[in-house]
Design a protein around this ligand. Structure first.
Ligand SMILES: [Zn+2]
Ligand SMILES: [Zn+2]
Length: 384
């Protein structure tokens, strides 16, 4: 209990202290000195390096094992991630794995939104609960993770002070301390916290409504792609948080880049057909609720049309998935045998490519059919 009280006091002083100091000193500095480009540059550099280390390192790599990374990359994530002042990667991952396992459960989820917005945002940190490390044995085997766990505060302090060293070298210590250190700490904290609070409160649920997680495009730029939290809770082990190409997820793009240069491997991703199936199920569920409130005799045609369109979608998705799995099994078999990829291989590859394009075509047509049926139901609902 004494340990919890001590942690609670330290965390509260740190979180409120940095926020209050930033709220006083930053406007004061702006009035007295204005803002210099070098200060903005240092702020953005530190915010980006540290934020990416939390998103890609603490979250996707350590907490979820969504990919594997070479040691220099792990070291960089651990060193810069420490400067987020969000505890060690080991503690962070332990809490986060419990969050996914018991999401929304006030007993098991360390930052359950069911205990209120502010509780999930930062009160849970200030409570300073002393929880044992859970389900992180895999991470404890990594000597770099163990080292960071021991010294994270000091590593974080050395890194977080980089803007101050720059300020000292350029004769502008206080300007860099206010913007690159103080404001940066507050910005890093609250952008991370918003994923636990706002991304469990506001946004859409295109993939699942079995928990409170939401996709929220406004949060993605602040957190290097972590805003698509509904997708993330559905497939937490996927190295992406946003599966669509136009959704802002620099974390995903950088992981792909690391893989391309050989610093990362084993990137895990859910098949596209599973994503589409989840979307279809969610839309069907919502439409069923709309139809449930209408007279069955008036909407019989609509129900039938929707049922047929859904069946077509399911068939198209099932066929595509089984064809893909067959192709992947064949590739694995070919690889295991160590067969040379000559003309026979090119033949098989050609066959798969045309089969894939047929499946994609049918899937596009089935989606169009489904969307038309869906619009009819929505139009009926709007008119009635
Ligand atoms: Zn969550
Ligand atoms: Zn997660």
């Amino acid at each position: 209990m004494a340990q919890q009280a001590q942690r609670s006091l330290l965390n509260t002083l740190f979180l409120w202290g940095t926020l209050i100091l930033a709220l006083i000193l930053v406007p004061l500095k702006l009035v007295l000195q204005g803002l210099r480009w070098s200060e903005v540059g240092m702020f953005l550099l530190m915010y980006t390096l540290i934020g990416l280390s939390v998103t890609i390192g603490y979250h996707r790599l350590f907490s979820h094992r969504a990919f594997r990374a070479a040691w220099p990359l792990r070291l960089a994530f651990l060193v810069f991630g420490a400067a987020a002042f969000e505890n060690s990667a080991l503690w962070w991952s332990s809490d986060h794995r419990q969050h996914h396992r018991f999401v929304d459960d006030p007993e098991g989820d360390p930052y359950a939104i069911s205990k209120g917005f502010w509780y999930a945002h930062w009160v849970w940190v200030m409570e300073g609960a002393v929880r044992p490390l859970e389900a992180v044995e895999d991470l404890q085997k990594d000597p770099l993770v163990r080292w960071q766990h021991r010294y994270h505060f000091w590593i974080g302090a050395v890194v977080a002070l980089i803007p101050v060293y720059v300020g000292w070298a350029t004769g502008n210590v206080w300007g860099h301390a206010a913007i690159g250190l103080l404001l940066r700490i507050v910005a890093t904290h609250h952008s991370t916290f918003l994923i636990n609070s706002a991304a469990h409160r506001w946004g859409s649920q295109p993939y699942s409504d079995t928990n409170s997680s939401r996709d929220n495009a406004f949060l993605a730029p602040l957190t290097f792609g972590e805003g698509y939290h509904n997708f993330h809770h559905k497939w937490q082990w996927d190295y992406r948080n946003a599966a669509k190409w136009y959704q802002w997820d620099p974390g995903k793009w950088l992981i792909s880049l690391f893989a391309w240069v050989g610093l990362a491997h084993g990137l895990r991703r859910v098949p596209e057909t599973q994503i589409q199936r989840a979307r279809l199920d969610m839309e069907a569920k919502r439409l069923a609720a709309v139809l449930a409130s209408t007279s069955p005799t008036l909407t019989e045609d609509l129900r039938e049309r929707l049922g047929l369109a859904k069946a077509r979608m399911e068939e198209a998705l099932g066929t595509f998935q089984s064809r893909r799995e067959a192709w992947e099994a064949l590739t694995a078999e070919w690889k295991a045998k160590g067969q040379a990829r000559g003309a026979a291989w090119q033949d098989l590859r050609g066959q798969w490519k045309s089969e894939r394009s047929r499946c994609q075509q049918e899937l596009r047509a089935a989606w169009a059919d489904w969307k038309a049926a869906r619009l009819k139901v929505l139009a009926f609902d709007g008119a009635s």
